[in-house]
Design a protein around this ligand. Structure first.
Ligand SMILES: [Fe+2]
Ligand SMILES: [Fe+2]
Length: 186
């Protein structure tokens, strides 16, 4: 008897927790949907501000990828039968504000690109964290096709992060040259 009762309890606990997870999944999708749309507005500003042509090209390439990621999210919303909606994400707003501050304070300064890179990597790390979580939750919810879509975006974010890491070296070299030129001119 006791055994049956515990089985019943665990069954209801499973039902309850899976419902909560699907709600959390939807809420987090709205969070990243807001973040991606914010990033679409931010990347052109970063590309315009960058001194290094390579860095500007990397920002523009990721802008196109990000537009595709929003379309992928639209598909995910359709697949779960919920409206595609964003929910204000203060984390991404904060990271974007920091980037804007760097652009203002380091305008025309040699260290500008290093600052832009740092801001962009903070964005990528936020996205990697969110997409990793969402992909795992999709798997737990038995949404295999959605998990694959989220994994595809996760891989793009990771590749972008990697590109930015590689660019950091050339950007820092460029900045050292600029600093030297400024010293010579002074
Ligand atoms: Fe993204
Ligand atoms: Fe990204």
């Amino acid at each position: 008897m006791a055994k049956r009762a515990s089985k019943k309890r665990s069954a209801s606990r499973t039902r309850q927790s899976s419902k909560k997870l699907s709600d959390l999944f939807y809420e987090t999708l709205k969070d990243i949907y807001f973040a991606e749309n914010k990033i679409i507005k931010t990347l052109p500003k970063l590309a315009k501000a960058a001194h290094s042509k390579e860095l500007a090209a990397a920002f523009n390439k990721h802008l196109r990828e990000t537009q595709g990621q929003v379309k992928r999210l639209d598909r995910v919303f359709r697949m779960i039968g919920k409206p595609a909606r964003g929910k204000t994400c203060e984390a991404i707003n904060g990271i974007a504000d920091e980037g804007a501050e760097i652009m203002k304070e380091f305008k025309n300064a040699p260290a500008l690109d290093a600052g832009l890179l740092a801001a962009a990597q903070a964005v990528e790390h936020y996205e990697i964290s969110r997409y990793g979580t969402l992909r795992t939750w999709a798997e737990e919810l038995g949404l295999a096709e959605i998990a694959e879509l989220l994994q595809a975006t996760l891989e793009e974010e990771e590749a972008t992060d990697q590109t930015l890491t590689e660019l950091a070296t050339s950007v820092i070299n460029l900045e050292a040259e600029e600093e030297e030129q400024q010293r010579e001119a002074a």
